[in-house]
Design a protein around this ligand. Structure first.
Ligand code: KG4
Ligand code: ZN
Length: 365
């Protein structure tokens, strides 16, 4: 008789989304619920940690119940429960982690404490059959990294941001332009309406930090400062609609340009490091993009072209699985359960938790 497929619940609460999902070993997502706290934080123009933690606390129980109902199962059908235990806003992380631990303890099933970044990095293995080693570009509100994913729990960081994360830079620049939170998608949308791209770039020249350097690091705080300087130099500091569309277009173009230069270096390092393994085992070299900023169309198009030019496959998970969600946490739970790598119930939450413990901390702010 075939062994029954494992079923794992994933809980995510490290930022401003309370999310619970149930995923089966055969990659079927049985339920995937996401409750955004956008409304709670909108008035503040960014995520307020205390408000986030309280909102997670209010909604987590009903969301867990609804996820089970949606999947048509009960607690007794779960083989394990996984929850994000870091990195992230510690108050929120503790809410999801404790909910997960309580389910594990009462149901007598394993608990898997998941690194949120690993959730993003392994999503492509939930949506596609991508094999290790693959190159990961993680671009979210809190992180910007290039990594080689060598196996579950095995990552080599090629580059990271020295200051702001890319999503943070999108959000802060959008706020300076008077666009509503979250800035990323709003900035992308308004940039698309630019009537004269050439003029926009000439009006608003922006720096391309670290471009041309051999490494794979990123720096975005100078870009945000340049946006501020351009706005301050406008007559009376007044931003008209055309100014916003031009500035947003110039910003988007600069981000794509900078990112392309950095990712190109990452591709070269990945291909030279992994060439023997890829060749001997007849695996396709692959770039996976993940994190909320992966929703950005000009960035996706650039990555598509870049990988095509390097004869690599390109995987961008569906938008709903790119930003924070519970399915990616449940999937790490399955991957780890299958290799017997589960966590102790006294595992602590970790506000900072690098995927590659060997990599040096480089962030300046
Ligand atoms: O991964 P995510 O949902 O949350 C974490 O930060 O972990 O990423 C959210 C970030 C925000 O900064 C948001 O503005 C950005 O992703 N984002 C975008 C787009 N959609 C979301 N940035 C640029 N273009 C977009 N279309
Ligand atoms: Zn995230």
């Amino acid at each position: 008789m075939n062994k029954p497929l494992k079923i794992v619940m994933g809980i995510e609460s490290s930022c401003d989304e309370t999310a619970v999902a149930i995923v089966r070993e055969d990659k079927k997502i049985l339920s995937n619920l996401i409750l955004s706290q956008l409304k709670e934080h909108k008035a503040f123009g960014g995520v307020v940690p205390e408000i986030a933690a309280r909102a997670h606390m209010t909604h987590i129980d009903t969301l867990i119940q609804s996820a089970l109902e949606d999947a048509g199962i009960t607690f007794q059908d779960l083989d394990a429960v996984a929850a994000t235990t870091g990195p992230g806003l510690i108050g929120g992380v503790m809410v999801g982690m404790m909910a997960g631990k309580i389910i594990a303890a009462t149901q007598d099933i394993p608990f898997v404490g998941v690194n949120h970044l690993e959730g993003h990095a392994l999503t492509a293995r939930l949506t596609e059959n991508v094999e290790f080693p693959y190159l990961v570009l993680l671009v979210s509100g809190g992180h910007t990294q290039l990594l080689i994913a060598q196996g579950v729990g095995q990552y080599t960081r090629l580059g990271t941001t020295l200051d702001d994360a890319l999503g943070e830079c999108f959000d802060k620049s959008a706020k300076l332009m008077g666009l509503p939170y979250p800035g990323g998608p709003n900035l992308e949308a308004i940039a698309q309406t630019c009537k004269n791209p050439q003029k926009a770039i000439e009006r608003f020249p922006l720096p391309t930090p670290l471009k041309g350097r051999k490494d794979c690091n990123f720096s975005f705080s100078g870009l945000k400062t340049a946006v501020r300087n351009h706005i301050e130099k406008l007559p009376n500091g007044n931003l008209e609609r055309d100014d916003i569309t031009d500035l947003a277009y110039a910003f988007e173009t600069t981000v794509v340009d900078t990112l392309k230069d950095r990712v190109k270096n990452g591709i070269h390092q990945y291909l030279s490091t992994c060439a023997p393994d890829l060749k001997n085992n007849k695996k396709r070299p692959t770039l996976v993009v993940c994190g909320g900023v992966a929703a950005n169309t000009p960035i996706r198009v650039m990555l598509q072209d870049l990988t095509h030019a390097h004869e690599m496959d390109f995987i961008a998970p569906p938008l709903s699985l790119c930003s924070d969600n519970g399915a990616m946490i449940a999937w790490v739970g399955i991957e780890r359960l299958l290799i017997g790598d589960v966590s102790a119930l006294d595992m602590a939450a970790r506000p900072r938790w690098p995927l590659d413990p060997e990599a040096e901390a480089l962030r300046r702010n």
